[in-house]
Ligand binder design. Structure first.
Ligand SMILES: Nc1ncnc2c1ncn2[C@@H]1O[C@H](COP(=O)(O)OP(=O)(O)OP(=O)(O)O)[C@@H](O)[C@H]1O
Ligand SMILES: [Mg+2]
Length: 402
């Protein structure tokens, strides 16, 4: 996987630091990102310093694709939740000198508290296997997902999340779990353990297998991992509520109050309930109880209204409040390092005051925000405080703010 960690020679641009004197570099930043056969990009590279980045371009120029590539430097399926095979560039893909088309790869240089790291990810063919495998490399060696998540924490907001409060519970649950991962990387392992045991139990029940010892064992794992998942979610919900309250009621972003619907933390009780629901679950073809039914309820504290009854702009502002509260929590808990913020089309629905307040806040956090938009004028207050690039046909051109 040499190509995942090697610096590319054909850098298309290496901008200097166009920043106001005294601007503080971000403690955590991606300073180089290179993409190979990744969605609309055949081969591109972007170099920046430890400062926020604004990417502007017409619809379909690859702004979200670039943010998605950054998001895939962290374990998981990235900000679109896409299948990993789908990000492979459809033709014309860039071929290597031997004529073969390499699978997609993203590599990056990460700067954290004066150390630099090379992260690489992509798909790798496995001899004898039908499907290629995802790899995650740190400084050229296979990396543990939790280590990479800890090194490069990130949070994102995308236009698809504008409907978070209006749609089913599963998206809100995933959103909450991402907030938990960001503070507690071990959460990913807990969730995966719970999901694996749940799927296995359901498979047995659907196939009419009634091996009591086998089911007992799976339910024990489900109960143990399940209550750990709930406890971690509750812990983060509580911490976020404290942070959100401390942010005060009168800032640009509304004070929100979070609550979790599924709060059982007694493993023995969950295990007994699972054993008692075997027949019902077999008949229904689904697991009727457990933390995979949890929902995140959000209230706008000042309006005393449920988030789903707020306006589109208010909902967006609530989401931003939650994400910023999480970023501040991370900064406090992790050596004063704020996570990367990937903010896709964030300016849509935000009035001019809220936009300015958002910029001020991530600058105060010292977070490297990656922002996209079709029009640079929306980001004018960031002039001399962020890199501005326009994107066209997979190339990045340093541009001034309008
Ligand atoms: N696997 C792929 N192979 C090649 N092109 C792809 C692939 N997946 C997506 N694309 C294309 O990438 C282009 C850029 O998509 P992207 O979502 O990044 O645009 P955008 O700049 O964010 O646009 P908008 O302003 O509309 O949000 C689209 O034209 C899309 O069809
Ligand atoms: Mg987009």
């Amino acid at each position: 996987m040499k190509h995942l960690v090697r610096r590319m020679d054909d850098a298309e641009q290496r901008p200097g630091d166009p920043f106001a004197a005294g601007a503080r570099p971000c403690a955590l930043s991606v300073t180089r990102i290179a993409l190979t056969n990744f969605r609309s990009y055949a081969r591109s590279e972007l170099n920046v310093s430890a400062a926020p980045v604004v990417l502007a371009g017409a619809n379909g120029t690859g702004k979200t694709n670039l943010l998605e590539a950054v998001s895939l430097l962290s374990p998981g399926r990235g900000l679109r939740g896409a299948k990993l095979a789908n990000v492979q560039r459809k033709s014309p893909a860039e071929a290597s000198p031997d004529g073969a088309v390499p699978l997609w790869a993203v590599s990056a240089t990460v700067s954290r508290l004066n150390s630099t790291w090379e992260i690489g990810t992509g798909l790798l063919p496995v001899s004898g296997a039908a499907q290629p495998r995802r790899v995650l490399h740190l400084n050229g060696a296979a990396a543990d997902s939790a280590d990479v998540a800890e090194l490069l924490p990130m949070l994102w907001l995308t236009p698809a999340m504008d409907r978070l409060f209006l749609e089913g519970a599963s998206e809100r649950r995933r959103f909450l779990d991402r907030l938990v991962f960001a503070l507690d990387p071990a959460h990913a392992r807990r969730v995966a353990r719970y999901e694996r045991a749940t799927q296995e139990r359901l498979r047995l029940l659907k196939n009419g297998v009634r091996d009591r010892a086998w089911l007992d064992g799976l339910e024990e794992t489900m109960a143990e991992a399940g209550v750990a998942v709930t406890a971690a979610r509750l812990h983060v919900v509580e911490a976020l509520n404290v942070e959100l309250t401390a942010r005060g009621a009168h800032g640009a972003f509304p004070c929100a109050h979070l609550a979790l619907t599924e709060t059982g933390t007694d493993a023995a009780q969950l295990q007994t309930a699972l054993a008692a629901s075997r027949q019902r679950d077999a008949d229904a073809g689904r697991t009727s109880i457990g933390p995979h039914h949890a929902d995140l309820e959000v209230r706008h504290t000042i309006k005393r209204a449920d988030a789903r009854d707020c306006s589109t702009g208010e909902q967006k502002a609530l989401l931003i409040s939650i994400v910023l509260a999480n970023a501040w929590l991370q900064k406090k808990r992790h050596d004063d390092v704020a996570p990367l913020l990937l903010l896709d089309e964030i300016a849509a629905h935000l009035d001019v005051n809220r936009r300015a307040a958002l910029f001020d806040e991530f600058l105060a956090l010292g977070a490297q925000a990656w922002l996209t938009g079709t029009d640079t004028s929306l980001f004018a207050p960031l002039k001399a405080r962020a890199h501005f690039f326009s994107i066209d046909a997979g190339r990045f051109t340093a541009a001034g703010a309008a």
